[in-house]
Write a protein that binds this ligand. Structure first.
Ligand SMILES: [Zn+2]
Length: 216
């Protein structure tokens, strides 16, 4: 089974991907990781992309498709991939489709975590971690108080330097990029929308339900 995971930044995709990797023996394929790996290993591609990646520029679809082909062609990953952060546009959707087809595989489902922008903002901006005991709190959803936290309040530190504007603009970009892709997969009957505002365990329960129904 090959899965594509979508969700705005801060939606908890990473946590859910880790759960899936562990329970279903899958491999998380992130194009960002693939690019960093090439740079680290100083491969021919790595040397070519180092500058643009350092500057935060986009790497061409051609290079990414080449890197992905190595992964998709690798027997270890056969039908055991979770794509995170890819595809980002319809061109990449087509590239991925022809790649998996070429190696006799298919995309089994698209999981999309939906979280309202206002909730995301509160999740990210409200998050605080205690540098003394390591517990994580949230000013909006789970504030530290004398019952749940014994350390001095000076240890509580904000987790993120993001401003509300940055979160908003990332969200808008995500929606704009993702909508045509989601529409495409909805037409193919592969799209599953998941309420990402539930508890983490509930979200994962729903994901398991979807995957188990595909396997059955
Ligand atoms: Zn503490």
């Amino acid at each position: 089974m090959n899965i594509i995971l979508f969700g705005p930044p801060g939606a908890g995709k990473g946590t859910q991907a880790d759960n899936l990797v562990k329970d279903y023996n899958l491999f998380k394929i992130s194009t960002g990781d693939l690019l960093r790996e090439e740079i680290k290993k100083k491969t021919e591609i790595g040397l070519k992309i180092k500058k643009p990646v350092d500057k935060g520029s986009l790497v061409s679809d051609l290079i990414i498709t080449d890197l992905l082909e190595e992964v998709v062609a690798n027997k270890t990953y056969f039908n055991r991939m979770i794509f995170d952060g890819y595809p980002r546009n319809l061109n990449q959707v087509k590239n991925l489709e022809s790649l998996v087809k070429k190696y006799d595989q298919k995309i089994s489902c698209i999981l999309c975590l939906k979280v309202d922008l206002n909730i995301l903002i509160k999740r990210i901006l409200g998050r605080k971690v205690c540098s003394n005991c390591g517990n994580i709190f949230n000013d909006f959803f789970n504030p530290a108080n004398s019952n749940n936290h014994k350390c001095d309040s000076k240890f509580l530190q904000k987790r993120s330097d993001d401003s509300e504007n940055i979160i908003r603009s990332r969200y808008v970009t995500y929606e704009k990029e993702t909508l045509p892709i989601l529409n495409y997969y909805a037409d193919n009957g592969l799209l599953h929308q998941i309420d990402g505002m539930q508890e983490i365990d509930q979200i994962y329960g729903q994901i398991r339900g979807i995957i188990d129904s595909l396997e059955a």
